[in-house]
Design a protein around this ligand. Structure first.
Ligand code: UD1
Ligand code: CA
Length: 453
């Protein structure tokens, strides 16, 4: 049984952003959610998040998580932040885990190792890592295996700056924590109350402090945009490796972006530059062409998306294909064997089995019957300036190129619409509708104009 506190009140000045640092997204999720999920994996008795800078928005992002929020009104340092959680943890005997909202790669296994040290009698345990470039992190002072203190970058003399073992910002404490916190002073370069000062304070009380040595990657803290990109790169690499392990083929994997919420089946092929977001689900054997962007889109087994297609909230059934350069918007449903080709936009429309719309069309708020052919340049004019209306097209109909179907309108089964028509009235089943000026040929007119006739 333990309690967990996540510190997330800092401003994140170095991000140079209006958005609070801990809400910057990593693969579509706020950075803070990674810290939350690592914490929740160990089922803490209580989970407290300390918010402050941009606190209202941060608290909003915590909705739905079993957490309590503590406020740090002024950002006076990490020790001061932790102290703000005290009243919510009154009477809780410990142990306590403390992590930072800006350290998203920490794993539950590491947190567990910290807790185990405290269970085994240490007063405090902290995660340390060796970094090739320790700049910006707190340096760990040791005497052999004994951890003596932490020195922040701002307070470090050159020989201390040369130390490459750093504080990763993850700690476990026994029940002495809040008493010890009161002893932290702000006599340092930043005039802040430093949480890692607890190392020296615990030791001064004769308590054992232990360091758990972790892998460098896990400790990556996000203070700058560059570090955000680096962490996102690590998460992406892990995710790609996981899916390739499950049978997904990625061509130039380092160019592929995907989010943790995406689901892929074995034998899916992803070409370079593919972007997969949200609740996208791709079935067995499907292929996604180069530079396609799919968000909340479902590809049933056997569906295919070709290069440069952009889809959001679309559903493609087996044998359906879209692209290259197709645009599928929310509610686009392509049943079996449907083909939507280049520069065709489909929104909130159901295309039944075998519909073909090969080129340059707009289908919005439409239902198109099985086997119908939509010619190049066909437009469903669904908007009258005030409201959206529906276009219904029957089975095996043929809509000639460059026709406009002014909704609400219905074209019956097997009907034919002549190219270039503007259809404002229903077309009966099996009829031919032509709604344009009949062609006139004026014999010799052009030659006379040229003075040759
Ligand atoms: C901190 C550690 C440093 C460690 C590094 C690891 C301190 C003093 N330093 O430095 O030893 O190597 O993390 O990533 O702890 N926060 C608050 N309230 C505050 C200040 C900060 O809630 O008043 C929160 C921030 O939102 C952030 C975390 O605490 O999530 C760490 O703060 P930050 O300013 O990023 O500390 P670092 O300089 O990175
Ligand atoms: Ca930090």
């Amino acid at each position: 049984m333990h309690a967990h506190v996540i510190l997330a009140a800092g401003q994140g000045t170095r991000m140079k952003s209006r958005l609070p640092k801990v809400l910057h997204p990593l693969l579509g999720k706020p950075m803070l959610h990674y810290a939350l999920e690592a914490a929740l994996a160990l089922k803490p008795e209580k989970l407290v998040v300390v918010v402050g800078h941009g606190g209202e928005v941060v608290a909003e992002a915590l909705k739905g998580y079993p957490v309590e929020v503590a406020w740090q009104k002024e950002q006076l340092g990490t020790a001061h932040a932790l102290l703000q959680a005290e009243s919510l943890l009154k009477g809780f005997p410990g142990p306590f885990l403390v992590t930072q909202g800006d350290t998203p790669l920490l794993t539950p296994e590491t947190l567990k190792a910290l807790l185990e040290r405290v269970a085994a009698g240490a007063g405090m345990a902290l995660l340390t890592v060796e970094l090739a470039d320790p700049t910006g992190y707190g340096r760990i002072l040791r005497e052999g295996e004994k951890v003596l203190a932490n020195v922040e970058e701002k307070d470090a003399a050159p020989e201390v700056k040369a130390i490459r073992e750093v504080n990763a910002g993850a700690y476990a404490f026994d029940g002495f924590l809040f008493q010890a916190l009161r002893e932290v002073k702000n006599e340092n370069a930043a005039r802040e109350y430093y949480l890692p000062d607890l190392i020296a304070i615990y030791r001064a009380h004769g308590k054992r402090v232990e360091a758990v040595r972790g892998v460098a990657e896990e400790a990556l803290g996000v203070n700058t945009r560059e570090e955000l990109a680096r962490v996102e790169g690590v998460l992406l690499k892990r995710l790609r490796a996981e899916w390739m392990g499950k049978g997904v083929r990625m061509i130039l994997p380092e160019t592929i972006y995907l989010e943790p919420s995406v689901e892929l089946a074995p034998d899916v092929t992803l070409w370079p530059g593919v972007v997969l977001k949200g609740k996208t689900r791709i079935g067995e054997g499907c292929e996604v062409g180069a530079y396609a962007v799919l968000e909340d889109t479902v590809l049933e087994p056997g569906a295919k998306v070709q290069a440069h297609t952009v889809a959001q909230g679309a559903h493609l059934h087996g044998g359906a294909s879209a692209g290259p350069f197709a645009r599928l918007r929310p509610g686009a449903v392509l049943m079996e064997e449907v083909h939507v080709g280049n520069f065709v936009e489909v929104k909130n429309s159901l295309l039944h089995k075998g519909v073909k719309a090969g080129h340059l069309a707009y289908l919005g708020d439409a239902e198109v019957g099985a086997g119908t052919n939509i010619g190049a340049g066909v437009i469903t004019a669904n908007y009258d300036g005030k409201r959206k209306h529906k276009t219904e097209i029957g089975k095996k109909a043929f809509i000639g190129s460059n026709s406009v179907l002014v909704a609400p309108v219905r074209v019956g089964d097997r009907a034919l619409v002549g190219a270039g028509s503007v259809i404002t009235q229903d077309v009966p089943e099996g009829a031919l509708a032509v709604a344009r000026e009949r062609q006139k040929n004026l014999e010799g007119y052009a030659l006379r104009k040229l003075g040759e006739g």
